[in-house]
Write a protein that binds this ligand. Sequence first.
Ligand code: AKG
Length: 302
Amino acid sequence: TVDVGSLISSPSAANHELQKLSLALSSWGCFQVVNHGMTDSFVDRVHEISKQFFDLPKEEKHRYIREPDSIEGYGTDMIVAENQTLDWIDRLYLTLNPPNQVQLKFWPEKPETFREVLHEYSTKLQVLHDVMLKAMAKSLKLDESVFLRMIGEPVIMSARFNFYPPCPRPDQVLGLKPHSDGTVITFLLQDKEVEGLQVLKDGQWFRVPVIPDALVLNAGEHLEIMSNGEFKSPIHRAVVNSERKRISLAAPSIPHDGNEIEPVEGLVSEERPRLFRKMKYNGRTHLRYYQSGRRVVDDARI
Ligand code: AKG
């Protein structure tokens, strides 16, 4: 776990926390964010609106159905290839920021508090996002804004509500196929009670335990590139079970379209050769990576 309260308190507490953060990102590529400033009761409201939305009758949810060729809105796994293995999932995808890209027509009007709670969550996450990216830069002894400058400000963030229904044959399907995130970072609010997230390390799958009200932070592939491989973007998957439904809420951030992503200056030297070439970020292309099983880091590796 990384304690955000300590990160912004006394220098010695912050230093200790920064070391934990960089160790976690260089070995696992993820950690659990605790003491992040959101109250337990607020996080409960986020869980509530997610659950209430997926509990709505089908016709109501279908008011927000995804349009062809778009990722925004509600639907099952997207079909992009004939021989694709489908994920056992329903999903609601919404852009959170910047405001001019928000498509409010996809934001559910039921439950009544949905829009207000999601908006507040988004505002808080955007602040936390910058705090975490600055902490990551500091943990590598870099100027704190170096990653934020490269990805571009303000942050581009979306929300992906994942609903995994119980499955009579959980051994035959996956909620989400193994993948790493083509993002900068992803905040993940796991289901409060039902586990399902697993991370691959040294050829083995490890369960990520549920810590109520904590947020899992996954390093995205663009962070791996910017950090010249110091931080790893973990391969992870979601499993399902036969009895209980599970809901998670992922909030990925991505670079601005057209921004050039490459290892930052301070991390490339004679002793540390550059591992990745410069890539121009293109949202549309990168979205296809997940379905095709490709990884941005593999394409960018020298
Ligand atoms: C994603 O949305 O990218 C995830 O990996 C979600 C994993 C989960 O449901 O715990």
